[in-house]
Design a protein around this ligand. Structure first.
Ligand SMILES: Cc1cc2nc3c(=O)[nH]c(=O)nc-3n(C[C@H](O)[C@H](O)[C@H](O)COP(=O)(O)OP(=O)(O)OC[C@H]3O[C@@H](n4cnc5c(N)ncnc54)[C@H](O)[C@@H]3O)c2cc1C
Length: 354
């Protein structure tokens, strides 16, 4: 972290149990930042700034320092959203030295639908016109897609005084789902997102339905980018299902020459396979769910674990798929003491959401 951290903000949180909340913060953020824990003090560092969080008198004393004002506001929002998430139904008071005052979020981008097409029978690509694609080039790949109710003029979120996002409610409630920017077309100023069509009998799939029904000219917003980018390594093992395929394809497309990639990708059947052009040396193994015996579970996880046994410590392990598979792969990597800095292991969807 070499950038000058000249934008600063402090805050005080009063949770029911400050000590266990600090434990949760450290446990969670280790996936996203460098976390140093010394007794009652945690220091979280990333390229967007630092957060020092100390337990004192049953409170959490928070100091944020970032290289820019917008990164400071975003760090505040990330910390605030997580603290309230960790608090769950318990009361939590959060006060900042300067209350948040932005009526529009600093990292929100209004975009317009240009076109949509099927890439494979179950993968629908939507292209969006975006006046400034620069924040999406390189770096983080993921966004929160915000879509207003059909036919309604969009109301985009602002910030609450405590730094959390103030989401529009009632008739203006937005559809919010996380997706990957599959590609950035700098010349046309377009962003592409690939949406898996995953029909679930008796259950609504608003994200997938949005992509199925969307029309050119519709306006939505993208919040971000954030949440992880191109792994920096000469050798990468990637594993994922269709929800991760857009990210896997983008990583393959953007790695420097000489990068060695081994990818294990689970799709429904052969028709869902996609070409993965890359300047690197890529070896792809497709797993077809349709060919599994009835009731088969955890096939992707088991195949990924087998592949992990034959990699070295320097290989970056990139995994994204269903929550249970992710949990089992993460535990396996932990048991093998694979360096946490050399992995991204994230669940992209949940089979049985609460
Ligand atoms: C960082 C990140 C990046 C992501 N990138 C992409 C991307 O680029 N493209 C993409 O298609 N998805 C991506 N996802 C996954 C996507 O956010 C989820 O699949 C999301 O749940 C879809 O919303 P929905 O409204 O269609 O379904 P939901 O309302 O969330 O769920 C409805 C039902 O569908 C099931 N379901 C949800 N997702 C899947 C799935 N993938 N396969 C099978 N069943 C499912 C649920 O279990 C539930 O029963 C990403 C997720 C994360 C966290």
């Amino acid at each position: 972290m070499n950038a000058v951290q000249q934008f600063k903000l402090s805050g005080t949180a009063l949770p029911t149990d400050a000590g266990s909340m600090l434990d949760e913060i450290c446990e969670h953020f280790v996936e996203h930042a460098e976390v140093q824990r010394t007794g009652n003090l945690a220091l979280l560092s990333s390229k967007t700034g630092t957060a020092s969080i100390r337990v004192q008198d049953h409170k959490l004393l928070i100091e944020l320092a970032c290289p820019s004002e917008s990164e400071l506001q975003m760090s505040r929002t990330i910390i605030a959203e997580h603290l309230f998430y960790f608090a769950g139904d318990d009361p939590l008071e959060l006060i900042w030295s300067e209350p948040a005052s932005l009526s529009v979020l600093p990292n929100i981008h209004e975009v317009t639908v240009v076109s949509s097409e099927d890439v494979t029978p179950r993968m629908r690509r939507v292209k969006f016109a975006c006046s400034d694609v620069a924040p999406f080039v390189g770096g983080d790949m993921h966004v929160r897609l915000l879509a207003p109710p059909k036919g309604r003029h969009p109301v985009w979120p602002g910030l609450r005084e405590d730094g959390r996002v103030a989401w529009p409610e009632g008739e203006d409630e937005l559809l919010v789902r996380v997706y990957t920017i599959r590609a950035v077309d700098i010349e046309r100023r377009e962003l592409w997102i690939d949406f898996l069509q995953h029909p679930a009998p008796g259950v609504k799939t608003p994200g997938a339905d949005f992509a199925r029904d969307v029309q050119p000219g519709e306006k939505i917003a993208l919040l971000g980018p954030g949440g992880g980018g191109l792994p920096e390594a000469q050798s990468i093992l990637m594993a994922g299902d269709e929800s991760a395929l857009p990210a896997i394809a983008r990583i393959a497309a953007e790695v420097p020459p000489d990068t060695r990639i081994q990818a294990i990708i689970e799709v429904l059947d052969e028709a869902e396979e996609q070409p993965l052009p890359s300047a690197g040396m890529i070896e792809v193994r497709w797993l077809h769910r349709k060919s599994y015996p009835p009731g088969a579970k955890g096939v992707l996880a088991e195949e990924t674990k087998k592949a992990i046994t034959s990699i070295d410590d320097q290989t970056f392990v990139w995994v994204a798929c269903e929550k249970e598979d992710v949990r089992s792969i993460r535990a396996f990597l932990k048991s093998r003491r694979h360096d946490r800095k050399n992995m991204y292991v994230a669940w992209y969807w949940e089979r049985d959401p609460a």
